[in-house]
Design a binder for this molecule. Structure first.
Ligand code: GAP
Length: 514
């Protein structure tokens, strides 16, 4: 199965098993907007809990916040989003389709890398044991020519992006002979900047309505509340404020399912530090955040850092944590050193002091900020991509199983009476009623036990608990484990401890306390 086919299957699986639905589907959906179904919302809540607790519970110096989505319009002038939160867009005159110029070039660069890898693989097959990969990469004219062209375009691209040189971006598209995927032509317009913020009106028009914006990042709600939290919480620098909430961006290239959405959720933490210490903290948060991802057990080799070449308007250092999605390594989270840009500008635009008196140095200053910023939906897609598995079984059958970390699984246990008689449903229901106060558990009596196992595998339920003819007399049930499919007899009064041991966040948290 190709990675593309795998991704298509994953999207279909998300819909079939109640994880993700297209928004307003009965009206043919709304592009890049999605709804979470009964299992999706549980998984999403568990991801949020994993993040929130790892920030707010594990760090004495991090507290939470829940700021409003609407903010005073001046916020976005101060933050620079009104002036600089733009994507460079280009239209194809024949297909009338609009694209991000930077994405077209990035895709061209990725294709050159693929070409090189294909050449290397072909040579490996041709030369067999004797193949010297390093030498081949250095000497094969096909490889070196493609690599040289790729590097030259990459250098031009980085320079054009940094200089906001839209004409040069267009020229690169022309020079690389990039065609529109729909019309197949090179009939491109000029490249224009397009602001990504959604706007709406507050108050009635008669009252003199004001344009306000749907926040494009949650971070600004934290910045404007910096002093409120610092003073009321008696926080001492360094300290952090964490928040989970919706953000909105009018993304033009909205593709790859929930990877890039117009309405999405962010989990952001702003860490306020003494000026001059920000790089040290930035490095520390990079490592902590990578450990948080790796603790989920999806394989450390599937993650990598990618340092930004073009820094956002507020940053002096930035890196992404990327994951090997079925469509390649892509950003899941950003760790940015935002300097004093935001607090400094809010001080300027609001006329209110955004300063902190440091009792250790006896000085007042505008703190520097290191930010960790991750999309809930993108993390959801990462977890689903990593967990989805089609596993061949003895006898030629294939089972689809979500190998989710137990702490994130939407349902922790399914309780199944073997048959619908002889008091088994009643015992099973009693087990559900006992466990439901601590865990999300379900009762299922329909179809054969084998079919019921498959249904639970498909949503990643770690335990299936079967009540059989012996349970009434010996007080034992059969527990079937999702990944190993092994079964064991367990006393009913041990079930809670067993599920707790496997599904609690404690195991994950222990791995990330660096
Ligand atoms: N406050 C900094 C900030 O917003 P960003 O790199 O633009 O930085 C941070 O976004 C994270 O938010 C990304 O790493 C990604 O996980 C998520 N994200 C950004 N745009 C998104 C979109 N259109 N759809 C889904 N997630 C998105």
């Amino acid at each position: 199965m190709t990675q593309e086919e795998l991704f298509k299957k994953l999207v279909a699986h998300c819909k079939e098993y109640g994880f993700v639905f297209p928004s307003s589907e009965i009206y043919d959906g709304l592009a890049a907007v999605y709804d979470y179904g009964q299992n999706g919302v549980e998984l999403k809540n568990n991801i949020k809990r994993y993040w929130w607790d790892s920030m707010v519970k594990l760090h004495e110096n991090i507290v939470g916040l829940d700021a409003a989505i609407f903010m005073h319009p001046r916020t976005w002038e101060a933050s620079g989003h009104l002036g600089a939160f733009n994507d460079p867009l280009i239209d194809n005159r024949d297909s009338k389709k609009r694209y991000r110029a930077d994405v077209l070039i990035e895709e061209w660069l990725a294709k050159q890398d693929e070409k090189i890898e294909k050449e290397v693989e072909k040579a490996r097959k041709r030369f067999g044991e004797a193949f010297d990969e390093a030498k081949y990469r250095e000497t094969s004219p096909r490889v070196t020519e493609t690599a040289a062209r790729r590097d030259a375009v990459h250098a031009r691209f980085a320079e054009a992006m940094n200089a906001n040189d839209l004409a040069e971006l267009r020229q690169i598209i022309l020079d690389c002979e990039i065609v529109c995927p729909v019309s197949g032509t090179r009939n491109w317009t000029e490249v224009r900047q397009f602001n990504l913020m959604f706007s709406t009106q507050i108050g009635s028009v008669a009252d003199g309505a004001n344009t306000i914006y749907l926040r494009p990042e949650t971070a600004q709600g934290i910045f404007v509340n910096f002093l409120n939290v610092q003073k009321t919480g008696r926080m001492k620098i360094p300290f952090g404020i964490a928040q989970i909430g919706k953000a909105f961006r009018n993304e033009i290239v909205a593709r790859q399912f929930i990877f890039r959405m117009r309405e999405f959720e962010q989990m952001e933490m702003q860490f306020f530090v003494r000026p001059g210490t920000e790089m040290e903290w930035w490095r520390r948060w990079r490592d902590l955040r990578m450990a948080w991802h790796c603790a989920l057990g999806f394989g450390d080799a599937n993650y990598r850092f990618h340092d930004h070449e073009k820094l956002a308007h507020y940053a002096n250092a930035a890196t992404d944590i990327e994951y090997a999605f079925p469509f390649g390594f892509k950003e899941v989270e950003g760790i940015h050193s935002r300097t004093d840009f935001d607090l400094g500008n809010h001080q300027k635009f609001s006329g209110r002091k955004m300063q902190y008196f440091d009792p250790e140095t006896g000085e007042s200053y505008v703190p520097y900020v290191v930010e960790t910023s991750i999309g809930v939906d993108r993390m959801f897609l990462q977890v689903m991509s990593a967990a989805y598995c089609e596993e061949p079984l003895d006898g030629g059958d294939v089972r689809t199983v979500l190998r989710l970390p137990a702490a994130l699984a939407p349902v922790k246990a399914a309780v199944l009476p073997l048959v619908k008689k002889d008091g088994m449903p009643e015992i099973a229901q009693r087990i559900v009623n006992d466990l439901k106060y601590d865990f999300n558990v379900v009762y299922d009596e329909k179809d054969s036990v084998g079919k019921r196992y498959r249904r639970q595998d498909a949503i990643g339920t770690p335990f299936c608990i079967t009540v059989d003819g012996d349970t009434a007399s010996d007080g034992m049930v059969t527990v079937r484990h999702r990944d190993s499919m092994q079964q064991e007899r367990v006393a009913i009064d041990r079930l809670r401890a067993m599920i707790e041991e496997e599904c609690s966040f404690r195991k994950l948290f222990r791995k990330i306390e660096l």
